[in-house]
Design a protein around this ligand. Structure first.
Ligand SMILES: Cc1cc2nc3c(=O)[nH]c(=O)nc-3n(C[C@H](O)[C@H](O)[C@H](O)COP(=O)(O)O)c2cc1C
Length: 168
């Protein structure tokens, strides 16, 4: 498997904690963590396998640091890249926008030619709507540390096992 680039904000609490767990679940030498707050286009394009970590903020929006990188992504050719997205959200307090960030970034990745991998069943969650859902699945891994923290470790384990098969 080619090296994986794991992009998230190093200044987050929950998203960063999940990133550490994801790194441990892969062979740590095969995965490099990059602070998305400082990323440039060249670094983003260095990897063929990418994992993006995104909490949802502001009632269904991307956090500022991802939003600021969107114009650069819109100029990129991501053909041949495999992208897996994990999102943090709160399905009790934001049931109408649960983990929307996965859907927003996912759509952008596909628009630029990337292939999304790591879809996860939406069965075991309780929310009203999400821009991340396609059919009966999230277009990535949805995590809820506020309400379903006990499920997180197993969800990460299962997701990484799936990504090991999907990444090239
Ligand atoms: C002001 C605010 C707005 C939020 N909006 C959403 C939302 O629209 N959808 C959602 O699923 N979670 C939402 N959340 C919950 C966060 O995504 C969740 O707490 C997440 O774990 C934060 O991760 P972080 O600490 O890594 O930034 C919001 C939280 C806050 C404080």
């Amino acid at each position: 498997m080619k090296k994986i680039g794991l992009f998230y904000s190093f200044h987050t609490q929950k998203t960063a904690k999940v990133a550490e767990k994801i790194q441990k679940a892969f062979d740590e030498k095969g995965i490099e963590a990059i602070n998305v707050e400082e990323v440039d286009e060249k670094t983003f394009l260095k990897y063929d396998n990418l994992i993006l970590g995104v909490p949802t903020w502001f009632d269904g929006e991307l956090p500022n640091y991802w939003d600021e990188f969107v114009p650069a992504i819109e100029e990129m050719d991501l053909k041949g890249k495999k992208v897996a997205i994990y999102g943090l959200g709160d399905q009790v307090n934001y049931p109408e926008n649960f983990c929307d960030g996965i859907g927003i970034l996912g759509k952008l990745m596909e628009q630029q030619g990337a292939e999304l991998v790591g879809f996860v069943s939406a069965d075991d969650y309780n929310f009203e709507s999400s821009r991340s859902v396609r059919g009966d699945k999230f277009a990535g891994l949805a995590l809820d540390q506020e309400n379903q923290a006990r499920k997180t470790n197993k969800r990460i384990e299962d997701w990484v096992a799936d990504l090991k098969k999907s990444f090239s």
